[in-house]
Design a binder for this molecule. Structure first.
Ligand SMILES: [Zn+2]
Length: 98
């Protein structure tokens, strides 16, 4: 289940450098980007990998760190949109400001 995205402002925000989004290529601040670690295999095709493993082959896999912008992370289902955006969509802009 994807967890909710919460923007946490830190003291050194904006002074940490930038990262590039893996999906769309947008440059985002490091503190704002959503990074996940996935395990990737040398053999990309899952059916071929299964067949090779059945025969007793040892296939290497390595961890890969991928960073996404908020827009892409929501689209890919890594995080859900935050509470504010959810309320905004539900009730409209005027109700939220009260
Ligand atoms: Zn992106």
């Amino acid at each position: 289940m994807p967890k909710k995205y919460k923007y946490i402002r830190r003291r050194d925000a904006g002074r940490q450098g930038t990262v590039t989004c893996e999906n769309c290529g947008k440059i985002v601040p490091r503190h704002k980007a959503i990074c996940i670690e996935t395990v990737e295999s040398v053999v990309r095709d899952p059916t071929l990998r299964r067949e090779l493993e059945k025969k007793g082959a040892i296939i290497m896999s390595y961890p890969v760190k991928k960073c996404y912008c908020v827009n892409c992370a929501v689209f890919l289902g890594i995080v859900k949109i935050g509470g504010y955006a959810e309320r905004l969509r539900k009730y409209g802009e005027q109700r939220v400001q009260i």
